[in-house]
Design a protein around this ligand. Structure first.
Ligand code: CMP
Length: 141
């Protein structure tokens, strides 16, 4: 089925001038970018986005990293977009990510891991709504 997923190009990848390279991987794989904007997240925005991780030991470091520089938030649309994006990204920890995935090729650590992608339909819906109004999303049809 056609799905949408929320993707974030994280501060490490933006700082390395990888926005275009990462977008090219998505488009080559058949995912369409149907919404996209650059933001420098506030502490409140990052904490709210990652609220489900609030009790995890890495939460403070995650919020600090995600507010350390600009990010690109985007909506990807396509057949099985959620799973397809997770394949393109690779494992959360770049040390475990398969060759040819974004995190293997572009990331340095589990914190600075280049990209975020929604992990399930319910989280995709919540995460897309966190950053985009419906009129900011332009379906490819
Ligand atoms: P992301 O997909 O953005 O979701 C939460 C982020 O927390 C994750 O990617 C990692 O960058 C970061 N993180 C740091 N440590 C861990 C950990 N031990 N397990 C999972 N995520 C972690």
């Amino acid at each position: 089925a056609t799905e949408r997923t929320l993707s974030i190009i994280k501060p490490d990848a933006v700082a390395k001038n990888l926005i275009g390279a990462i977008n090219s991987r998505f488009e080559t794989a058949g995912l369409s970018i149907v919404a996209q904007k650059m933001l420098h997240l506030s502490q409140e925005q990052a904490e709210g986005f990652y609220a489900e991780h609030k009790e995890r030991p890495f939460f403070a470091a995650l919020v600090e990293f995600m507010t350390s520089g600009p990010v690109v938030v985007q909506v990807l649309e396509g057949e099985n977009a959620i799973a397809k994006n997770r394949e393109i990204m690779g494992a959360t920890n770049p040390a475990e990510a398969a060759a040819g995935t974004l995190r293997h090729d572009f990331a340095n650590s589990i914190d600075a891991n280049a990209v975020h992608g929604s992990d399930a339909p319910a989280s995709a819906e919540r995460e897309i709504g966190y950053f985009f109004k419906s009129e900011e999303i332009c379906p490819r049809g």
